[in-house]
Design a protein around this ligand. Structure first.
Ligand SMILES: Cc1cc2nc3c(=O)[nH]c(=O)nc-3n(C[C@H](O)[C@H](O)[C@H](O)COP(=O)(O)O)c2cc1C
Length: 224
């Protein structure tokens, strides 16, 4: 598969088939992703991979806790800047409204929106969940390295015929996730990721998001 095809066919998959993913496949993806560059070759990424009973135990734990804490425990880092400004604010709004539109959920239908958000906490039915964490002492440069690593994992999953969804939603449950994956105190949870075979029949996977054109974010210098 060409890199451009992996990029073009990667979407955030929000409904998976239950088909299992072999450990060897996940290992192959992670081994190849270790080629990701990082400043000073620090390789600041850490990954926990769950399937089967450990995944189900986490899903059950969150399901129980969400009755008492619908907004989670509070993330260890601000997921978005406070008072998100334009053009980012509008893009975030659009992202949500497009998702609810493909599902036929009205913006004011809080119950169905909450139900859709809740699907994050079962990895959208994926058989494998990954958690990405980073040493708390790391700086923004290393967070960027971690992001590149995560994108490599998503693209390599495409090469294996699999799909993914990165999930910052898990960041609202840092302590519960830490307990389940035995995350050391000095490590911060960044996000989760669902991994598996896409369920093509689910309308949620028809969502295709838009991007601003190159000229909206690039300045070219030196060409006539
Ligand atoms: C770091 C990161 C965290 C994300 N967290 C979530 C999440 O918690 N739940 C979710 O449904 N989508 C999540 N997304 C998916 C984004 O909404 C999605 O990437 C964006 O809308 C662009 O759509 P696309 O991935 O289909 O191209 C996340 C994406 C990234 C990169």
């Amino acid at each position: 598969m060409k890199v451009s095809d992996a990029i073009a066919t990667r979407i955030s998959c929000r409904a998976f088939k239950s088909d299992p993913v072999p450990e060897a496949t996940v290992r192959r993806i992670l081994e190849c992703a270790t080629k990701t560059p990082s400043g000073g070759n620090l390789q600041p990424w850490h990954v926990a991979v769950l399937t089967g009973a450990p995944l189900q135990a986490l899903v059950a734990d969150i399901a129980e806790k969400r009755h008492l804490l619908p907004d989670g425990e509070g993330s260890d880092y601000p997921i978005y800047p406070p008072n998100l400004h334009e053009p980012y604010r509008d893009r975030r709004f659009q992202c949500g409204s497009d998702l609810y539109a493909v599902l036929g959920i009205a913006r004011e239908d809080k119950a169905r929106r909450f139900a859709q958000f809740s699907r994050n906490f079962s990895f959208f039915g994926a058989p494998v969940g990954l958690f990405f964490s980073i040493d708390r002492r790391m700086e923004v440069g290393q967070w960027s390295d971690l992001g590149m690593f995560i994108h490599a994992v998503m693209l390599l999953a495409r090469e294996e015929g699999l799909h993914t969804c990165a999930q910052e939603a898990w960041a609202i449950w840092p302590r519960t996730v830490a307990h389940h994956i035995e995350l050391p105190e000095d490590r911060m949870l960044f996000c989760g990721m669902a991994l598996g075979v896409m369920d093509d029949a689910d309308p949620v996977n028809t969502l295709r998001t838009e991007r601003a054109p190159v000229n909206a974010f690039t300045t070219f210098h030196g060409w006539p």
